[in-house]
Design a binder for this molecule. Sequence first.
Ligand code: V47
Length: 378
Amino acid sequence: MLRTSSPILKPIRDKVEAGERLSLDDGLVLERPDVPLPELGELANLVRERKNGNFAYYNINTHLNPTNVCVYRCVFCAFRSDLRDPKGYVMSDEQILARGAEAVENGCTEMHIVGGLHHQRKYDWYVNVIRILHEAYPELHLKAWTPVEIDWFCRLAKKSVREVLEDMVGAGLGSLPGGGAEIFHPEVRNQICEHKADSHRWFEVHRTAHALGLRSNCTMLYGHIEQPYHRIDHLIRLRELQDETGGFQTFIPLAFHPDHTGLSHIKKPSSLMDLRVMAVSRLVLDNVPHVKAYWIMLGIGTAQVALSYGADDIDGTVRHELIYHDAGATTPEVQSVEELRRLIVEAGREPVERDTLYHRVDRDGTHWHAGAAITAGA
Ligand code: V47
Protein backbone atom coordinates (compact mmCIF):
# COMPACT_ATOMS: atom_id res chain seq x y z
CA MET A 1 0.00 0.00 0.00
CA LEU A 2 1.36 3.41 -0.98
CA ARG A 3 1.66 6.30 1.44
CA THR A 4 0.86 8.93 -1.21
CA SER A 5 -1.96 11.23 -0.27
CA SER A 6 -2.08 14.25 -2.61
CA PRO A 7 -5.52 14.58 -4.26
CA ILE A 8 -3.82 15.76 -7.45
CA LEU A 9 -2.05 12.39 -7.75
CA LYS A 10 -5.00 10.18 -6.80
CA PRO A 11 -6.25 9.29 -10.33
CA ILE A 12 -2.69 8.64 -11.48
CA ARG A 13 -1.88 6.59 -8.40
CA ASP A 14 -4.96 4.44 -9.12
CA LYS A 15 -3.78 3.84 -12.68
CA VAL A 16 -0.22 3.00 -11.66
CA GLU A 17 -1.40 0.59 -8.96
CA ALA A 18 -3.66 -1.10 -11.52
CA GLY A 19 -0.82 -1.29 -14.05
CA GLU A 20 -2.66 0.99 -16.49
CA ARG A 21 -0.96 3.23 -19.04
CA LEU A 22 -0.62 6.97 -18.30
CA SER A 23 -1.76 9.50 -20.90
CA LEU A 24 0.02 12.62 -22.14
CA ASP A 25 -2.22 14.68 -19.82
CA ASP A 26 -1.25 12.44 -16.88
CA GLY A 27 2.39 13.06 -17.76
CA LEU A 28 1.80 16.81 -17.72
CA VAL A 29 0.22 16.53 -14.26
CA LEU A 30 3.30 14.64 -13.00
CA GLU A 31 5.47 17.51 -14.26
CA ARG A 32 3.56 20.09 -12.18
CA PRO A 33 5.73 21.65 -9.45
CA ASP A 34 2.92 21.23 -6.89
CA VAL A 35 3.14 17.44 -7.18
CA PRO A 36 5.22 16.48 -4.12
CA LEU A 37 8.47 14.90 -5.25
CA PRO A 38 8.57 12.16 -2.56
CA GLU A 39 5.12 10.94 -3.63
CA LEU A 40 6.16 10.96 -7.26
CA GLY A 41 9.24 8.98 -6.31
CA GLU A 42 7.18 6.48 -4.37
CA LEU A 43 4.98 5.82 -7.41
CA ALA A 44 7.98 5.47 -9.72
CA ASN A 45 9.59 3.14 -7.21
CA LEU A 46 6.51 0.92 -7.31
CA VAL A 47 6.99 0.45 -11.07
CA ARG A 48 10.76 0.08 -10.68
CA GLU A 49 10.40 -2.70 -8.12
CA ARG A 50 7.63 -4.38 -10.09
CA LYS A 51 9.96 -4.62 -13.08
CA ASN A 52 13.35 -5.16 -11.45
CA GLY A 53 12.78 -6.06 -7.79
CA ASN A 54 15.60 -4.86 -5.56
CA PHE A 55 18.31 -5.32 -8.21
CA ALA A 56 20.49 -2.43 -9.37
CA TYR A 57 22.58 -3.21 -12.43
CA TYR A 58 26.03 -2.02 -13.45
CA ASN A 59 28.58 -3.07 -16.02
CA ILE A 60 32.32 -2.83 -16.58
CA ASN A 61 32.71 -0.61 -19.59
CA THR A 62 34.81 1.99 -21.33
CA HIS A 63 34.20 4.77 -23.83
CA LEU A 64 35.90 5.47 -27.13
CA ASN A 65 35.42 8.68 -29.10
CA PRO A 66 37.53 8.08 -32.24
CA THR A 67 37.38 11.77 -33.26
CA ASN A 68 35.90 14.97 -31.86
CA VAL A 69 36.01 16.80 -35.21
CA CYS A 70 32.41 17.31 -36.30
CA VAL A 71 30.60 18.88 -39.23
CA TYR A 72 27.68 19.73 -36.94
CA ARG A 73 27.53 22.54 -34.38
CA CYS A 74 24.91 21.43 -31.86
CA VAL A 75 24.64 24.29 -29.36
CA PHE A 76 24.60 21.99 -26.33
CA CYS A 77 27.83 20.19 -27.20
CA ALA A 78 31.19 21.08 -25.62
CA PHE A 79 32.98 18.03 -27.02
CA ARG A 80 32.98 18.83 -30.76
CA SER A 81 35.83 20.58 -32.52
CA ASP A 82 36.31 22.39 -35.83
CA LEU A 83 38.58 20.78 -38.41
CA ARG A 84 41.47 23.17 -37.82
CA ASP A 85 41.00 23.77 -34.11
CA PRO A 86 44.08 22.67 -32.06
CA LYS A 87 41.64 20.81 -29.80
CA GLY A 88 40.63 18.54 -32.72
CA TYR A 89 41.92 14.95 -32.81
CA VAL A 90 41.51 11.78 -34.84
CA MET A 91 42.71 8.51 -33.34
CA SER A 92 44.95 6.18 -35.32
CA ASP A 93 44.22 2.45 -35.66
CA GLU A 94 47.04 1.80 -33.16
CA GLN A 95 45.50 4.15 -30.59
CA ILE A 96 42.08 2.57 -31.08
CA LEU A 97 43.49 -0.94 -30.66
CA ALA A 98 45.42 0.16 -27.57
CA ARG A 99 42.10 1.21 -26.05
CA GLY A 100 40.70 -2.22 -26.86
CA ALA A 101 43.67 -3.86 -25.13
CA GLU A 102 43.26 -1.63 -22.09
CA ALA A 103 39.54 -2.46 -21.94
CA VAL A 104 40.16 -6.20 -21.97
CA GLU A 105 42.95 -5.92 -19.38
CA ASN A 106 40.49 -4.11 -17.13
CA GLY A 107 37.84 -6.80 -17.53
CA CYS A 108 35.47 -4.63 -19.59
CA THR A 109 32.53 -6.35 -21.24
CA GLU A 110 31.52 -3.32 -23.31
CA MET A 111 32.99 -0.46 -25.31
CA HIS A 112 30.67 2.51 -25.97
CA ILE A 113 31.78 4.16 -29.23
CA VAL A 114 30.48 7.51 -30.47
CA GLY A 115 32.15 10.61 -31.83
CA GLY A 116 32.22 13.52 -34.22
CA LEU A 117 31.38 13.37 -37.92
CA HIS A 118 34.69 14.26 -39.44
CA HIS A 119 34.67 16.45 -42.55
CA GLN A 120 37.26 14.31 -44.37
CA ARG A 121 36.92 10.75 -43.09
CA LYS A 122 35.28 8.31 -45.49
CA TYR A 123 32.66 5.69 -44.65
CA ASP A 124 35.24 2.88 -44.60
CA TRP A 125 37.11 4.58 -41.76
CA TYR A 126 34.10 4.27 -39.46
CA VAL A 127 33.45 0.63 -40.47
CA ASN A 128 37.15 -0.04 -39.86
CA VAL A 129 36.91 1.25 -36.25
CA ILE A 130 34.41 -1.51 -35.53
CA ARG A 131 36.18 -4.17 -37.61
CA ILE A 132 39.66 -3.84 -36.10
CA LEU A 133 38.33 -3.80 -32.56
CA HIS A 134 36.06 -6.77 -33.13
CA GLU A 135 38.75 -8.82 -34.86
CA ALA A 136 41.25 -8.19 -32.08
CA TYR A 137 38.83 -8.40 -29.13
CA PRO A 138 35.77 -10.43 -30.19
CA GLU A 139 34.54 -10.82 -26.59
CA LEU A 140 34.17 -7.04 -26.16
CA HIS A 141 30.62 -5.92 -26.98
CA LEU A 142 30.71 -2.88 -29.28
CA LYS A 143 27.80 -0.55 -28.52
CA ALA A 144 28.35 2.03 -31.21
CA TRP A 145 27.01 4.89 -33.31
CA THR A 146 23.88 6.93 -32.74
CA PRO A 147 21.29 7.52 -35.51
CA VAL A 148 23.00 10.85 -36.18
CA GLU A 149 26.15 8.96 -37.15
CA ILE A 150 24.29 6.23 -39.05
CA ASP A 151 22.47 8.95 -41.02
CA TRP A 152 25.83 10.58 -41.85
CA PHE A 153 27.27 7.21 -42.96
CA CYS A 154 24.24 6.73 -45.27
CA ARG A 155 25.08 10.02 -46.95
CA LEU A 156 28.79 9.21 -47.21
CA ALA A 157 28.23 5.72 -48.62
CA LYS A 158 25.01 6.48 -50.53
CA LYS A 159 23.44 3.50 -48.79
CA SER A 160 20.18 2.90 -46.93
CA VAL A 161 19.96 2.70 -43.12
CA ARG A 162 19.51 -1.06 -43.40
CA GLU A 163 22.60 -1.46 -45.61
CA VAL A 164 24.77 0.62 -43.29
CA LEU A 165 23.57 -1.28 -40.22
CA GLU A 166 24.21 -4.59 -42.00
CA ASP A 167 27.76 -3.47 -42.86
CA MET A 168 28.35 -2.49 -39.24
CA VAL A 169 26.93 -5.76 -37.89
CA GLY A 170 29.14 -7.62 -40.37
CA ALA A 171 32.13 -5.73 -38.95
CA GLY A 172 31.21 -6.52 -35.33
CA LEU A 173 28.62 -4.00 -34.09
CA GLY A 174 26.71 -5.40 -31.10
CA SER A 175 24.05 -2.79 -30.30
CA LEU A 176 23.22 0.93 -30.54
CA PRO A 177 23.61 3.43 -27.69
CA GLY A 178 20.85 5.89 -26.89
CA GLY A 179 22.40 9.19 -27.94
CA GLY A 180 21.38 11.77 -30.51
CA ALA A 181 17.76 11.86 -29.32
CA GLU A 182 18.05 15.22 -27.49
CA ILE A 183 14.42 16.50 -27.65
CA PHE A 184 12.38 15.25 -30.60
CA HIS A 185 9.83 18.08 -30.79
CA PRO A 186 10.80 20.40 -33.67
CA GLU A 187 10.11 23.54 -31.58
CA VAL A 188 13.20 22.58 -29.57
CA ARG A 189 15.20 20.40 -31.96
CA ASN A 190 15.29 23.15 -34.60
CA GLN A 191 16.91 25.48 -32.07
CA ILE A 192 19.51 23.17 -30.54
CA CYS A 193 20.58 20.91 -33.42
CA GLU A 194 18.76 21.97 -36.56
CA HIS A 195 21.04 20.32 -39.13
CA LYS A 196 21.47 16.82 -37.81
CA ALA A 197 19.12 13.83 -38.22
CA ASP A 198 15.56 14.81 -37.27
CA SER A 199 13.21 12.77 -35.11
CA HIS A 200 11.82 10.77 -38.07
CA ARG A 201 15.32 9.70 -39.05
CA TRP A 202 16.23 8.89 -35.43
CA PHE A 203 13.24 6.57 -35.18
CA GLU A 204 13.87 5.06 -38.62
CA VAL A 205 17.36 4.00 -37.51
CA HIS A 206 16.16 2.38 -34.26
CA ARG A 207 13.17 0.75 -36.00
CA THR A 208 15.50 -0.74 -38.62
CA ALA A 209 18.03 -1.83 -35.99
CA HIS A 210 15.29 -3.60 -34.02
CA ALA A 211 14.04 -5.30 -37.21
CA LEU A 212 17.58 -6.61 -37.74
CA GLY A 213 17.55 -8.06 -34.22
CA LEU A 214 19.76 -5.41 -32.62
CA ARG A 215 18.86 -4.02 -29.21
CA SER A 216 19.30 -0.34 -28.45
CA ASN A 217 18.97 2.31 -25.76
CA CYS A 218 17.21 5.65 -25.82
CA THR A 219 17.85 9.01 -24.14
CA MET A 220 16.42 12.48 -23.55
CA LEU A 221 18.53 15.59 -23.03
CA TYR A 222 16.69 17.81 -20.52
CA GLY A 223 17.22 20.98 -18.52
CA HIS A 224 18.00 23.44 -21.34
CA ILE A 225 15.35 25.29 -23.38
CA GLU A 226 12.66 22.58 -23.41
CA GLN A 227 9.35 22.80 -21.53
CA PRO A 228 7.51 19.99 -19.68
CA TYR A 229 5.29 19.40 -22.72
CA HIS A 230 8.33 18.66 -24.89
CA ARG A 231 9.62 16.10 -22.39
CA ILE A 232 6.32 14.22 -22.16
CA ASP A 233 5.92 14.32 -25.94
CA HIS A 234 9.45 12.87 -26.22
CA LEU A 235 8.70 10.01 -23.81
CA ILE A 236 5.45 9.15 -25.56
CA ARG A 237 7.17 9.00 -28.97
CA LEU A 238 9.68 6.53 -27.50
CA ARG A 239 6.87 4.51 -25.92
CA GLU A 240 5.13 4.25 -29.31
CA LEU A 241 8.19 2.77 -31.03
CA GLN A 242 8.67 0.40 -28.12
CA ASP A 243 5.07 -0.80 -28.51
CA GLU A 244 5.88 -1.52 -32.14
CA THR A 245 9.28 -3.24 -31.82
CA GLY A 246 10.13 -3.96 -28.16
CA GLY A 247 13.78 -3.31 -29.04
CA PHE A 248 14.71 -0.67 -26.45
CA GLN A 249 16.43 -2.01 -23.35
CA THR A 250 17.16 1.08 -21.31
CA PHE A 251 16.12 4.71 -21.15
CA ILE A 252 18.69 7.24 -19.92
CA PRO A 253 17.58 10.77 -19.01
CA LEU A 254 20.58 13.06 -19.66
CA ALA A 255 20.87 16.27 -17.60
CA PHE A 256 22.22 19.19 -19.60
CA HIS A 257 25.72 20.34 -18.58
CA PRO A 258 26.21 23.93 -19.77
CA ASP A 259 29.96 24.66 -19.40
CA HIS A 260 31.78 25.51 -22.66
CA THR A 261 28.58 25.14 -24.72
CA GLY A 262 26.53 27.63 -26.73
CA LEU A 263 24.01 27.54 -23.86
CA SER A 264 26.45 28.32 -21.05
CA HIS A 265 24.07 31.01 -19.69
CA ILE A 266 21.64 28.25 -18.61
CA LYS A 267 22.06 26.75 -15.14
CA LYS A 268 22.61 23.01 -14.79
CA PRO A 269 19.40 21.25 -13.62
CA SER A 270 19.10 20.79 -9.85
CA SER A 271 19.17 17.35 -8.22
CA LEU A 272 15.46 17.76 -7.51
CA MET A 273 14.75 18.24 -11.20
CA ASP A 274 16.94 15.23 -12.00
CA LEU A 275 14.86 13.09 -9.63
CA ARG A 276 11.56 14.43 -11.00
CA VAL A 277 12.56 13.66 -14.60
CA MET A 278 13.77 10.21 -13.55
CA ALA A 279 10.47 9.40 -11.80
CA VAL A 280 8.25 10.82 -14.56
CA SER A 281 10.24 8.89 -17.17
CA ARG A 282 9.79 5.60 -15.28
CA LEU A 283 6.05 6.21 -14.98
CA VAL A 284 5.38 7.27 -18.58
CA LEU A 285 7.76 4.81 -20.28
CA ASP A 286 5.87 1.80 -18.99
CA ASN A 287 7.20 -0.58 -21.65
CA VAL A 288 10.97 -0.04 -21.42
CA PRO A 289 12.53 -2.58 -19.01
CA HIS A 290 15.28 -0.40 -17.53
CA VAL A 291 15.89 3.23 -16.55
CA LYS A 292 19.47 4.30 -15.98
CA ALA A 293 20.84 6.83 -13.47
CA TYR A 294 24.05 7.70 -15.32
CA TRP A 295 26.32 8.54 -12.37
CA ILE A 296 28.79 10.49 -14.52
CA MET A 297 26.08 13.00 -15.29
CA LEU A 298 24.03 12.98 -12.08
CA GLY A 299 26.85 12.78 -9.56
CA ILE A 300 27.15 9.87 -7.15
CA GLY A 301 24.72 11.16 -4.49
CA THR A 302 21.85 11.87 -6.86
CA ALA A 303 22.44 8.58 -8.71
CA GLN A 304 22.11 6.73 -5.38
CA VAL A 305 18.82 8.47 -4.55
CA ALA A 306 17.60 7.91 -8.13
CA LEU A 307 17.72 4.16 -7.45
CA SER A 308 14.57 4.79 -5.37
CA TYR A 309 13.03 7.23 -7.89
CA GLY A 310 12.59 4.84 -10.80
CA ALA A 311 16.14 3.93 -11.82
CA ASP A 312 17.44 0.35 -11.67
CA ASP A 313 20.82 0.78 -13.42
CA ILE A 314 23.77 3.10 -12.86
CA ASP A 315 25.79 2.44 -16.07
CA GLY A 316 29.33 1.25 -15.43
CA THR A 317 32.89 1.90 -14.42
CA VAL A 318 33.14 4.29 -17.45
CA ARG A 319 36.74 4.95 -18.46
CA HIS A 320 37.64 7.79 -20.87
CA GLU A 321 34.35 9.72 -20.81
CA LEU A 322 34.75 13.07 -22.64
CA ILE A 323 31.30 14.40 -23.61
CA TYR A 324 30.25 15.27 -20.04
CA HIS A 325 33.67 16.13 -18.72
CA ASP A 326 34.22 18.64 -21.55
CA ALA A 327 30.89 20.21 -20.51
CA GLY A 328 31.84 20.65 -16.85
CA ALA A 329 31.02 17.33 -15.16
CA THR A 330 32.98 17.12 -11.90
CA THR A 331 32.43 13.41 -11.33
CA PRO A 332 35.54 11.18 -11.40
CA GLU A 333 36.69 9.79 -14.76
CA VAL A 334 36.35 6.17 -13.64
CA GLN A 335 34.83 4.26 -10.69
CA SER A 336 36.14 0.98 -9.36
CA VAL A 337 33.79 -2.00 -9.27
CA GLU A 338 34.10 -2.06 -5.47
CA GLU A 339 32.97 1.57 -5.29
CA LEU A 340 30.05 1.01 -7.68
CA ARG A 341 28.88 -1.96 -5.64
CA ARG A 342 29.35 -0.02 -2.39
CA LEU A 343 27.25 2.89 -3.57
CA ILE A 344 24.48 0.51 -4.71
CA VAL A 345 24.47 -1.36 -1.39
CA GLU A 346 24.48 1.94 0.51
CA ALA A 347 21.35 2.87 -1.48
CA GLY A 348 19.66 -0.29 -0.18
CA ARG A 349 19.82 -2.21 -3.45
CA GLU A 350 21.41 -5.47 -4.53
CA PRO A 351 24.22 -4.97 -7.07
CA VAL A 352 24.15 -7.17 -10.18
CA GLU A 353 26.84 -7.05 -12.83
CA ARG A 354 25.24 -7.31 -16.28
CA ASP A 355 26.57 -7.36 -19.81
CA THR A 356 25.25 -4.96 -22.46
CA LEU A 357 22.30 -7.22 -23.30
CA TYR A 358 21.33 -7.75 -19.64
CA HIS A 359 22.76 -11.18 -18.99
CA ARG A 360 24.23 -11.75 -15.55
CA VAL A 361 28.01 -11.72 -15.67
CA ASP A 362 29.91 -14.48 -13.88
CA ARG A 363 33.39 -13.24 -13.20
CA ASP A 364 36.75 -14.33 -11.89
CA GLY A 365 38.93 -11.21 -11.95
CA THR A 366 39.18 -9.99 -15.53
CA HIS A 367 37.84 -13.33 -16.87
CA TRP A 368 34.10 -13.42 -17.31
CA HIS A 369 31.27 -15.08 -19.13
CA ALA A 370 27.67 -14.10 -19.70
CA GLY A 371 25.16 -16.16 -17.75
CA ALA A 372 21.37 -16.23 -17.80
CA ALA A 373 19.35 -13.37 -19.28
CA ILE A 374 17.89 -11.03 -16.68
CA THR A 375 14.18 -10.86 -17.38
CA ALA A 376 12.32 -7.77 -16.35
CA GLY A 377 8.89 -8.15 -14.82
CA ALA A 378 5.62 -6.65 -16.06
O1 V47 B 1 23.45 12.55 -27.65
C1 V47 B 1 25.99 16.10 -25.34
C2 V47 B 1 24.30 14.33 -24.70
C3 V47 B 1 24.60 12.25 -25.52
C4 V47 B 1 25.88 17.35 -23.59
O2 V47 B 1 23.23 4.24 -24.40
C5 V47 B 1 25.04 16.26 -23.41
O3 V47 B 1 23.93 3.47 -22.50
C6 V47 B 1 24.46 17.03 -21.37
O4 V47 B 1 23.83 9.11 -25.32
N1 V47 B 1 25.23 18.13 -21.48
C7 V47 B 1 25.63 11.16 -25.65
N2 V47 B 1 24.33 16.09 -22.32
C8 V47 B 1 25.66 10.29 -24.39
C9 V47 B 1 24.68 9.17 -24.46
C10 V47 B 1 24.75 8.04 -23.49
C11 V47 B 1 25.37 8.22 -22.26
C12 V47 B 1 25.44 7.15 -21.39
C13 V47 B 1 24.93 5.92 -21.72
C14 V47 B 1 24.31 5.74 -22.94
C15 V47 B 1 23.79 4.40 -23.31
C16 V47 B 1 24.21 6.82 -23.84
O5 V47 B 1 25.07 13.15 -24.56
C17 V47 B 1 24.32 13.12 -26.71
C18 V47 B 1 23.64 14.29 -26.06
O6 V47 B 1 22.29 14.05 -25.85
N3 V47 B 1 25.14 15.53 -24.51
N4 V47 B 1 26.48 17.25 -24.79
C19 V47 B 1 25.96 18.32 -22.56
N5 V47 B 1 26.70 19.42 -22.68
